[in-house]
Design a protein around this ligand. Structure first.
Ligand code: NAG
Ligand code: CA
Length: 221
């Protein structure tokens, strides 16, 4: 083999070895059985948060889609939804705030929601761009002691799933912080310029319990 060919092979394998793998979850079909439980690094005892995820779904039409569910034995504490009319919303203890945004599609969308109890300031970010701020649940606290599910909305602890609300598509990069990240950091995360690890959920290390047909894939990026 020529030296140049050898060098090329070495360079090529170095590129492959050095390439980053990305962990992602594929929810293949509507079901009442496919979901993930995510184990947090510390209790969701929150007076503020930033919750981010990378999401793609082809579900369209008059259908609710659960994007994130955290409930305790007694209550839904924090749920993120795509509503029937395409708006994105989040709910704290049964009350919701929604945002009129471009529809989720088959293409990846980086989505974050932020909330702060002191001011009630709530906002949503799509691919790093912030929505307007709405005032929501000022003075509220998200209570600890529950479980976080991706893919299903539990109407009881932890069951009573509805296939018509289940998530179908791809989810990844679910990261959560117990404070509100500055707009510029959300923008940097969304465009891949910085990796800021969540202190409640860190996607790189988060323990995931898979149920049903959900596939955990690692692909090179
Ligand atoms: C929740 O946070 C409050 C206020 O910071 C604290 O007093 C309480 O002990 C925390 N509870 C748990 C279970 O972490
Ligand atoms: Ca439900």
């Amino acid at each position: 083999m020529k030296i140049s060919a050898v060098l090329f092979l070495i360079a090529f394998s170095t590129v492959l070895a050095g390439s980053v793998t990305h962990k992602t979850l594929v929810f293949p079909s509507e079901s009442t059985t496919s979901y993930i439980e995510m184990v947090p690094q510390k209790p969701l005892n929150l007076s503020a948060f930033t919750l981010c995820m990378q999401v793609a779904t082809e579900l369209t039409g008059w259908r609710e889609v659960i994007l994130f569910a955290y409930r305790t034995k007694a209550h839904d504490e924090l749920n993120v939804w795509r509503e029937k009319d395409g708006r994105l919303s989040f709910y704290l203890a049964a009350e919701g705030v929604s945002f009129r945004v471009p529809e989720l599609t088959a293409m990846q969308t980086h989505l974050c929601v932020t909330w702060d109890s002191i001011s009630g300031a709530s906002a949503l970010f799509i691919d790093g761009r912030r929505s307007l701020i709405k005032i929501f649940k000022k003075g509220h606290t998200v209570l600890p002691g529950g479980k976080v599910l991706l893919g299903q909305d539990p109407d009881s602890y932890l069951g009573s799933f509805d296939a018509g609300q289940s998530f179908v598509g791809e989810l990844s990069d679910v990261n959560m912080w117990d404070f509100v990240l500055p707009d510029s950091m959300v923008e940097d995360i969304a465009c891949g310029e910085s990796v800021i690890r969540g202190n409640i959920f860190d996607w790189e290390t988060a323990a995931l319990k898979l149920h049903g047909e959900v596939k955990l894939l690692r692909h090179k990026v």
